[in-house]
Design a binder for this molecule. Sequence first.
Ligand code: PLP
Ligand code: COI
Length: 356
Amino acid sequence: MIEDTVSIKITKTPNSRLQEVDWDNLPFGKVFSDHMLVMDYKDGAWQQPEIVPFQSLQLHPATSAIHYGQSIFEGMKANRTKEDEVLIFRPDLNAKRFADSCIRMCMPVVPEELFTDLIKKVVDLDREWIPKKEGYSLYIRPFMFATDDYIGIKPSDNYKFIIFTCPVGAYYSQPVRVKIEEYYTRAAQGGVGRAKTAGNYAASLYPAKLAQEQGFHQLVWTDAVEHKYIEESGTMNIIFIKDGKLITPSEEKDTILKSVTKRSVVEIARHWGFEVEERNISVEEVVQGLKEGTITDAFGAGTAATIAQIAAIGYRDEVFDLPPLESREVSNRIKNYLNDLKAGKIEDDMNWLIRF
Ligand code: PLP
Ligand code: COI
C-alpha cells in the first residue's frame, strides 16, 4: 500500500491494452502502459495531479517548449519480483536531478517528495505492466515542458508535468562500439550539459549519425574547449578499468549528466574495496592505456543502457578492441550485482530500492 500524501484524481481506462502486449518482443520505448499522470502548473502553483488513460496531447502551435526548448525529463526503472513486489531503484536521486534541471532551465521545481510519490502512484496503478521476465523492466519517463502559447522569449508561466511508463527490454542488445568525438561538442562549461534537457539530445543526433555511418553505436564526447578530456557517452557515463582501478570523469564539471547508475557503480565498487578515481581523464591516457593493455575494461552506465560493456573504441583512424567479455571480471560483477539487486534477487544492503 502507498500512503496518500497527495490527492490524485484517477480515471481508469475502460479498455486496457495489457492483453495485446507481446512480452517476448518488447522493443525499447515503443509500448506504453495504460495510464499516465498529468499535473499542470498555472497561477504560480502546481495543480491537482490526475491519472488518466494514456492518450495524445493537444497543443497550441505556439507552445513555448516546441519553439525554445524549455523541456526536461528523467528516466528510471521499476521491476517486479516473483512475489509481486514492485521495486524502484533510487528514485530520490532522479527527483533531485529533476529539481536541478528545473532550476537550470528556469522552470518551477516539482518538490522531490511529491515527484517520488507521483511515480509510485502511477507505477502502482499499472503494476501489471511491469515485466517479470529477466532483463526486462518498466521504464518510467517523467517529463515537463513549457506550455505558454506565446512566441516571445521568456520563462513560461505555465507547464505540464507528465509521467508515463513503458515495459522495455534492453536499450543496447550487444556490447557497444563507441567513437571518441574530437570536433562536435555535447556541452560546454556554463551551458546546460548537467541538465537533462531535450536540446542536449537534439544536438547530439547529427554527430552520432556520422559515427553510426562509420559503424559505431555511440560517441564518447570530449570537452568543448580542447577536445582533450573524456566526458561521457550519448546516454551513459563512462568508466574504465585501468591497472585494476576504476577511473571515470569527474562530474564536478557542469558538462556531464550526473548519472544515478554511475554513482551507484562508484559506491558499490568502493564498498567492495576497489580503488575508484573520479578525475579528469585525457583522451591520450585512454588511447595509451588501450595500446599498452593497461585499460582492460570499459563500460557505460545508464538507466536505459544499464551496464553497457564497450566492445571497441574508435579514435581518429584507429579502432581499439577491448578484451573479450568473459575476461571482464569487474564490469561483469557490477552488471550482475545491479541486475540482481534491481530484480530483488539479492539483499538491498545499500538501501537503494523503494518497494511497495
Ligand atoms: N548521460 C546522459 C547524457 C544520459 O542521457 C543518461 C541517461 O539517463 C546518463 C548519462 C545516465 O544517467 P542515469 O544513470 O541516471 O540514467
Ligand atoms: C535513460 O537512461 O533514462 C535515458 O534517459 C536514456 C534515454 C535517452 C533513452
